[in-house]
Design a protein around this ligand. Structure first.
Ligand SMILES: Cc1cc2nc3c(=O)[nH]c(=O)nc-3n(C[C@H](O)[C@H](O)[C@H](O)COP(=O)(O)OP(=O)(O)OC[C@H]3O[C@@H](n4cnc5c(N)ncnc54)[C@H](O)[C@@H]3O)c2cc1C
Length: 453
């Protein structure tokens, strides 16, 4: 059996894996990236294709090239939230982008190679090598042959519900193993060519769907629309393609439209893993819950986590020590970078699971759009007594729900404080978790939601 030696073995050629491999290679490591798809399928991934912009991605690849070659719509200035009888428009502080996701995926794979990493396609990883509790690489199948990849650090970038975490025994590590399907969202999207340009190509359009999900219309170009729908897997399964078809039938723009691609996947809509490291092992992106739990946006989290994993792996390899303690800095960077924010946002998701879509949309209808933006925009609560009084009057009949939402807002502030004190070593994890879980218990009490964790 062939054995390949490397400093870092990265599993998965999506955003997390490409940014990890590029970053590790730039740090001077011998990095190998293993992707199960063939080269011509590389980069094809189910996605809504929307991104804030290149500023949300770390600078370890050529971001100008990425933007030039894959960002097809660079004029997204507003979010349009539509329900059956109302709509709320929210201007974006920064112009958003929609992209050709396949080209984006190809460019980041090419950029990982250009940074010096070796990208190996057609390789399905189906085993994790472990010695004395430490991960020392992976086993994969290529062209029917089993190949072992031995590495000082293995980066798990294999996406949502990563199989590596099924194969590895991480029970003695701090690695977060409290991962359940109900913490995920099932999503499906189509790329649709419409006969005439839409007049909302400067907008991301969202519409609430049953089962705590939403239908989206994201224009890649005025005539090429990414249309999708997702639902939280705590809820009753949804026939995603049917729901989407029913919604499109009601829109005149889609008469005579042609579907050019279809794809679905699961994505984590949960807080980031409490710890995503084990000896010799780091998980990034969807494999570590690095997705904004309310929007489903996971590209920036995966890219940043990948870049940090590469840097921390380089330090660990240079020190000749890949223990949890050495890799722990990666967890700290994640929690500081976006983990605290996502964990706070997750509380709104928990609030949502305790109510049906009619209750939530009637609240949106009752509260003026701008006030909802003020209240929810940056996770802080509007403190203006005038605004608050006006909101309460307008929301007559929804006071119970508003009081609950306000209670959840207050808990988001508390949870951010707890995450600001994320421990500096694995020793502090248990005590920190107790503090965080106490806040979560209060959230379950306020909302009546079934515990998510
Ligand atoms: C329908 C949908 C819409 C979305 N819309 C948006 C959006 O608009 N904006 C946004 O920012 N985010 C969006 N997301 C989330 C975003 O796509 C993900 O968070 C992001 O792609 C995660 O990147 P990743 O590298 O962690 O995983 P992935 O992109 O899933 O990459 C994982 C890679 O690992 C490979 N792999 C898996 N298992 C193995 C194995 N055993 N061996 C070898 N290779 C393996 C896969 O083939 C894949 O290439 C959406 C997700 C879905 C499902």
């Amino acid at each position: 059996m062939e054995t390949v030696e490397a400093d870092v073995a990265v599993v998965g050629g999506g955003t997390g894996g490409c940014f990890a491999a590029a970053s590790a290679a730039r740090e001077g490591l011998d990095a190998v990236l293993l992707e199960r798809k063939p080269r011509d399928e590389g980069g094809r991934i189910a996605c809504g294709d929307a991104l804030k912009g290149r500023s949300s991605l770390p600078d370890v690849i050529d971001l100008d090239r990425l933007a030039d070659e894959s960002f097809t719509n660079t004029t997204v200035r507003r979010g349009l939230f539509v329900s059956e009888d109302d709509s709320v428009e929210i201007p974006f502080p920064e112009t958003g982008k929609v992209m050709d996701r396949k080209r984006y995926g190809e460019v980041i794979l090419e950029e990982a190679e250009r940074a010096g990493a070796t990208v190996v396609y057609d390789t399905l990883v189906n085993g994790v090598l472990q010695e004395d509790g430490r991960v020392v690489g992976v086993r994969g199948v290529r062209n029917g042959e089993t190949v072992k990849y031995r590495a000082s650090v293995t980066v798990d970038a294999a996406g949502a519900l990563s199989v590596l975490q099924d194969h590895a025994d991480l029970s003695d590590a701090s690695f977060d193993t409290d991962v359940r399907p109900t913490q995920f969202c099932a999503a499906y999207r189509e790329i649709v060519e419409v006969p005439q340009p839409v007049d909302w190509d400067d907008a991301l359009v969202f519409k609430p769907a049953d089962e705590l999900g939403y239908v989206w219309y994201f224009p890649r170009t005025p005539t090429e629309i990414n249309v999708g729908v997702g639902y939280q897997m705590t809820e009753k399964p949804m026939e995603l393609a049917d729901v989407l078809a029913r919604d499109m039938v009601e829109r005149d723009e889609f008469v005579g439209a042609e579907v050019i691609d279809r794809r679905g996947a699961a994505l984590p809509t949960r807080r980031p893993y409490d710890s995503a490291v084990a000896p010799g092992y780091v998980a990034v992106g969807d494999a570590a819950g690095h997705v904004n739990p309310t929007t489903g946006g996971g590209i920036p989290g995966a890219a940043k986590a990948g870049a940090w994993a590469g840097e921390v792996a380089a330090d660990a390899v240079a020190d000749g020590e890949v223990s949890e303690d050495t890799l722990w800095e990666y967890n700290e960077r994640v929690m500081d970078g976006f983990g605290a924010k996502f964990a706070a946002t997750d509380l709104y998701n928990i609030f949502g699971t305790a109510h049906d879509v009619d209750e939530l949309t009637s609240l949106v209808g009752a509260v003026p759009g701008q006030q909802l933006v003020d209240a929810l925009g940056d996770g802080s609560v509007s403190t203006s007594p005038f605004l608050l009084a006006k909101t309460v009057l307008r929301a007559f009949g929804h006071w119970g729900l508003l009081r609950e939402l306000y209670g959840v807002h207050k808990k988001t502030e508390e949870i951010r404080d707890v995450y600001a004190d994320y421990p500096s070593s694995p020793d502090g994890l248990a005590g920190w978790r107790d503090e965080r879980d106490a806040v979560l218990d209060e959230v379950y009490e306020i909302t009546g939601a079934t515990p998510k964790y």
